[in-house]
Ligand binder design. Structure first.
Ligand code: HEM
Ligand code: HEM
Ligand code: SF4
Ligand code: SF4
Length: 397
């Protein structure tokens, strides 16, 4: 048997899990660029060096974003990946597609690109991996004709993304899919024509389980919650306990604020509404007995991001509760105020969380016109004070 040209990659096909190498080999059987992609990757592993470089700006007519230019650093050796640009296609909220729509998308991509896709990674987008500069416009035109649009890239609003919410999930406190659809429509210009110092991401999870990982992965996280108190059905509680469910260990003992107590004499789950921080654990553990409150909306968290300039940040509370119902006027207005402030004050490649660290939460709140509230403290024991501005202090005597 002939010696394999990619022994190091082949190693990644061993083991119990699906392998991206196997998929790339399937594409390589049809496309020369996928073959060069494999060979270049093998060389990268061997040399312990990446061989991709950024090039000039590439894109399609009328759009500043949505395409990420990629070029091989070894074009003589791997001519078929000399240009290997990524196309970001805006996904459907909740990631629901008909097989027909997916097939049609793939047909276009087989025609103009490598055939390789990466569905819904951290950005949420449908990522189409690898095409030439020449093929970008006709590829986009055909996708556009079929009803697809590009997502965000560069220093602008990135493709908003959210959890499946009400489409599948009884925990949903807001309609995350509708919100994502509408926020995407409303801020089209900010997505397609990036003009800010750096990226800005909006993600929405319809409850605090945060399946969209919005608190960790977005600058502006919309997390469904409720303002009244959660609802307990004591009969259903008794059913769980009767069935051998360890309510003490799994529910009472795990409540972060000790808001729950099980009265074994009365067989009742007692609840101190004042102390509940709406973490979702008791609801997740016994969904038939405990339900979210009825007065629903969302908490807005600001500043989440992965490393790069400073370390990774988890978003922290900016608005403890706001209603999130169509037509979303209040929340869109908040997004506009924040992104305008960001545009004006951030340094190049500085995320909003870093900007807030640099200038201070007090100044940021003043800049966007929000009144300070105790819930906005990011790490309560580390920095529990928001200072009054000199001109706001009323002097007596
Ligand atoms: C009944 C008596 C006391 C009560 C109710 C009390 C209450 C508190 C509370 C509520 C905090 C804030 C905790 C937090 O950050 O969440 C605190 C922190 C603190 N207390 Fe007390 N305290 C008492 C006695 C004392 C005494 C006797 C001292 C020193 C002689 C003291 C020194 C401190 C210090 C230094 C902190 C700051 C700790 C930190 O920020 O990590 N406390 N106290
Ligand atoms: C020069 C004198 C003092 C300095 C430099 C000082 C400094 C500090 C600092 C830096 C903090 C933490 C603030 C923060 O977390 O942002 C603190 C908290 C505290 N200090 Fe002092 N302190 C002084 C005197 C005192 C005295 C005389 C007392 C009480 C008799 C006191 C009681 C406390 C308490 C109870 C807290 C905790 C407040 C809380 O976390 O809720 N301090 N102090
Ligand atoms: S974040 Fe909450 S509402 Fe959304 S899918 Fe997850 S559990 Fe359901
Ligand atoms: S939602 Fe969380 S904080 Fe509230 S009672 Fe249940 S476990 Fe406790």
């Amino acid at each position: 048997m002939a010696q394999s040209k990619t022994p190091m990659l082949d190693d990644l096909e061993k083991g119990a899990w699906p392998s991206f190498i196997t998929e790339m080999k399937k594409a390589a059987a049809k496309k020369a660029n996928s073959q060069d992609l494999l060979d270049q990757l093998e060389l990268s592993y061997k040399d312990k060096t990446g061989y991709w470089k950024h090039g000039g700006i590439v894109g399609v007519k009328g759009y500043g974003g949505g395409v990420i230019g990629r070029y091989s650093a070894k074009p003589e050796e791997f001519p078929n990946v000399k240009e290997f640009h990524t196309v970001r296609v805006n996904m459907v909220p909740g990631f629901f597609y008909t097989t027909k729509a997916l097939r049609s998308l793939c047909e276009t991509w087989d025609k103009f690109g490598s055939g390789l896709t990466n569905m819904h990674g951290s950005t949420g987008d449908i990522i189409l991996l690898g095409t030439t500069t020449e093929n970008l416009q006709p590829c986009f035109d055909e996708l556009s004709e079929k009803g697809w649009d590009l997502g965000g890239s560069g220093g602008g609003l990135r493709t908003p993304s959210g959890c499946v919410g009400m489409a599948r999930c009884e925990f949903a406190c807001i309609d995350s899919m509708d919100f994502i659809q509408e926020v995407t429509r409303h801020f089209q210009n900010e997505i397609h024509r990036p003009a800010w110092p750096y990226k800005f991401k909006i993600k929405c999870s319809a409850c605090a389980n945060d399946c969209a990982a919005a608190t960790a992965r977005s600058d502006f996280a919309v997390i469904g919650t409720w303002r009244d108190s959660l609802k307990i059905d004591q009969d259903a509680v008794r059913e769980y306990v009767k069935g051998g469910f360890d309510i003490q260990q799994l529910v009472v003992g795990k409540c972060p604020t000790k808001a729950l107590e099980f009265d074994s004499a009365k067989q009742e789950l007692k609840f101190d509404a004042e102390n509940c921080v709406r973490c979702m654990n008791c609801i997740d553990m016994m969904p038939k007995a405990v339900k979210t409150g009825k007065d629903r909306g969302a908490a807005i968290l600001i500043g989440g991001k992965a490393p790069v300039v400073k370390s990774a940040f988890i978003g922290w509370v900016l608005v403890p509760f706001m209603k999130v119902d169509a037509p979303y006027t209040e929340i869109f207005d908040l997004v506009s105020r924040i992104t305008e402030y960001f545009d004006e004050h951030a340094k190049p490649r500085e995320r909003i969380g870093e900007l807030i660290y640099r200038i201070g939460m007090g100044n940021f709140l003043k800049g966007i016109g929000l009144t300070p509230q105790p819930q906005m403290v990011s790490a309560p024991r580390a920095n529990p004070y928001i200072f009054w501005q000199e001109e706001e202090v009323v002097k007596h005597g």
